[in-house]
Design a protein around this ligand. Structure first.
Ligand SMILES: [Zn+2]
Ligand SMILES: [Zn+2]
Length: 180
């Protein structure tokens, strides 16, 4: 089992290598990255956001159905994402087919009028990228506020999380890893 990351052109280039390394380390799985070649559809002009469900639908079609990809796939984009019924999402996953997406838009200090920091952005991106990838591998939300699988409603809640899984979630991930 491995992880395949697609990097959209609107995300800063320099973050890609450290991100791949940290995701691989955090989930203890091989991970690789390549530039995203897929057009991101589902743009809503009035919201200035992309529909994350639509993006996952296209990813499922391209990577799972047509290419027969067996790895867990994560797309990293700079575009702000929403799903129907919610103002925004940091990311979204479709567990059964192992595709997921995460947006850097609201993980960046500048979104909140604060000073830009690569360190803050990387910290949050690793947490949320791993969170969505773990959904791909069958993990649900966790009630431990420090666990990667905790579902943060705000940036503060996201920042309170650690870049690790709690023991129960780690055990579940290990079960998954050795199941195939
Ligand atoms: Zn989640
Ligand atoms: Zn947990």
């Amino acid at each position: 089992m491995g992880i395949l990351i697609f990097w959209d052109e609107d995300v800063p280039e320099g973050l890609q290598q450290p991100f791949v390394r940290m995701v691989s380390h955090t989930l203890d799985m091989p991970a690789s990255a390549q530039p995203n070649g897929m057009m991101l559809r589902g743009f809503d002009r009035s919201r200035n956001q992309n529909d994350a469900s639509r993006i996952l639908g296209d990813m499922q079609d391209i990577y799972t159905r047509r290419a027969g990809c067996e790895e867990a796939v994560l797309l990293v984009t700079g575009k702000d994402l929403y799903i129907r019924g919610r103002d925004f999402v940091f990311g979204l996953a479709r567990p059964g087919v192992k595709v997921s997406v995460v947006s850097t838009a609201r993980l960046d200090n500048r979104w909140y009028g604060r000073q830009q920091s690569d360190e803050d952005l990387m910290d949050r991106l690793v947490k949320e990228g791993c969170h969505e990838l773990c959904h791909c591998m069958g993990l649900d939300h966790c009630e431990n506020p420090e666990c990667i699988m905790y579902y943060p409603q705000t940036l503060d809640e996201l920042d309170r999380k650690k870049k690790t899984l709690c023991p129960e979630c780690r055990q579940y991930l290990n079960l998954y890893r050795f199941s195939d």
